[in-house]
Design a protein around this ligand. Structure first.
Ligand SMILES: Cc1ncc(COP(=O)(O)O)c(C=O)c1O
Length: 453
């Protein structure tokens, strides 16, 4: 092999020319050469409390000294018990049982299998279909990818995926519905009802959605009427509502959980990423009490599912320590820094290349268009999102680019999702780098960008 034996994820592959990071502190990634890169994506909306959370080393040492691993299929332990109780208290409604796994994808798979198992246990054995939305991402494993509507991430594996239906994304900028924002939201949610009826309500187990969209259409979110209507439809057809908060949870969009923006409580909520703030792989599936209670000792069949490392005490202890740090004041800091960043980026609202400027808490989505008037996206071959990413990185700022927001193929965007604790000076660095990066790409694109729009 060439210089490295490491097979990187996604586009990285073998031996890419990636910066080598030796250290990370606060909102900075420090390269082997000593360069400091501002982590304006918090990894991938993971490192929500920054890279220097105090006390972690002691928590790890203490837990390793007592017990690092045991199987939750036969034993229990203070760390996962405490974390489950903390999450039950902090999540809305009666989401009072926590099933622990190791990644967001595993969490989503768990939610799907649980929906199936619950309906089966409830005398509805035909309910197994999961409806998702286009322009969504729920994970890399085959079940999670089947429900995902991220065309580029699905493409290579399409023959291996379940043919589950997808409805339109909750994406007001590109909705084609008429009326007020509320009327449009109700119309968009109505697609779910049509789809359930077409699939046959007796077959539909669950609907999964990111309450505020992440990687596929960053920071897109509907009028609250959308989720009120979705909740009504799910109730009417006995379809479980699964909120995927893997990316939008833990303060990312303002409140602790993004569903708190709407007046609804899902039946199942999947958490990940910010749950440990990047200090250990851990994901939690929060389950409504009425569903979890189906699987007490009297169930006809147990919930036959689990992963070896799910809920291991070491990760759980880290989770307890991190979750405790999402205080009201940290959430307020995240909202303030998000506002400061949005204000500093404000001039981009009039930029000929920026079609939509979305902001929710400490998450900002910039959607790039070739023509603001018609909302025409760039030719995907121009790789506009990637170019903005490269230009920003050259200026010392790490961001999260994406494509496919319009139809799965076309549509470039950039997500900014810094640690909630990012310093005010770094916010200005990020804003300046992103504005300059967009200007540089626009200049490079020349006539590809319509002027005046
Ligand atoms: C909303 C959402 N759900 C699920 C996942 C999958 O999580 P993981 O990569 O930890 O498997 C992601 C990952 O980015 C995500 O953004």
């Amino acid at each position: 092999m060439a210089g490295s034996h490491l097979f990187h994820k996604w586009g990285g592959g073998i031996d890419p020319d990636f910066p080598r990071i030796d250290r990370a502190e606060e909102e900075f990634l420090v390269t082997a050469d000593g360069d400091r890169i501002v982590d304006a994506a918090a990894g991938a909306a993971v490192v929500n409390l920054g890279h220097s959370v105090s006390g972690i080393a002691d928590v790890v040492a203490d837990q390793v000294e007592s017990v690092s691993y045991l199987s939750l299929s036969r034993f229990t332990n203070d760390a996962p018990e405490t974390l489950a109780a903390m999450l039950a208290e902090r999540t809305p409604g009666a989401l009072n049982a926590a099933f622990f796994v190791n990644s967001g994808s595993e969490g989503v798979e768990t939610a799907f299998k649980l929906a199936r198992a619950y309906h089966r246990e409830s005398g509805n054995p035909d309910k197994h279909v999961v409806i998702g939305r286009w322009q969504s991402y729920h994970g890399a494993t085959l079940g999670a990818l089947s429900a995902s509507g991220n065309t580029t991430r699905r493409a290579a594996y399409a023959p291996m995926l379940r043919e589950w239906p997808h409805v339109s994304p909750a994406y007001p900028y590109r909705w084609r519905f008429d009326g007020t924002p509320e009327e449009q939201a109700v119309a968009a949610a109505g697609e779910l009802e049509t789809t359930i009826r077409q699939a046959g309500p007796e077959t539909v187990a669950a609907f999964v959605a990111e309450p505020v969209s992440g990687a596929s259409i960053p920071a897109a979110r509907p009028h609250p009427a959308y989720y009120r209507e979705v909740r009504r439809i799910c109730d009417e057809y006995d379809v479980l509502l699964i909120a995927d908060e893997v990316m939008c949870g833990f303060g990312r969009t303002g409140p602790l959980f993004a569903v708190e923006r709407y007046d609804v409580v899902p039946d199942v909520m999947v958490l990940g990423k910010g749950l440990t703030g990047g200090y250990s792989p851990l994901s939690a599936v929060m389950v409504a009490e009425r569903i979890a209670e189906r699987f007490d000792g009297s169930a006809d069949e147990p919930f036959a599912h689990g992963h070896t490392f799910g809920g291991n005490p070491l990760s759980a202890a880290i989770g307890v320590h991190v979750v405790d740090r999402y205080t009201d004041s940290v959430l307020e800091t995240g909202r303030e820094r998000g506002r400061q960043l949005a204000d500093a980026l404000e001039p981009l609202r009039d930029h000929p290349m920026v079609g939509d400027f979305r902001h929710a808490g400490a998450m900002i989505g910039l959607e790039f268009v070739a023509d603001r008037e018609t909302k025409r996206p760039f030719d995907p071959a121009l790789s506009v999102g990637e170019r903005v990413y490269e230009e920003a990185l050259d200026r010392g700022v790490y961001t999260y680019p994406g494509s496919g927001s319009v139809d799965g193929i076309a549509g470039d965007h950039l997500m900014l999702a810094p640690p909630l604790t990012i310093g005010e000076e770094s916010v200005e660095t990020v804003a300046t780098a992103v504005r300059e990066a967009i200007d540089a790409v626009a200049a490079d694109l020349g006539d590809h960008v319509a002027s005046g729009g």
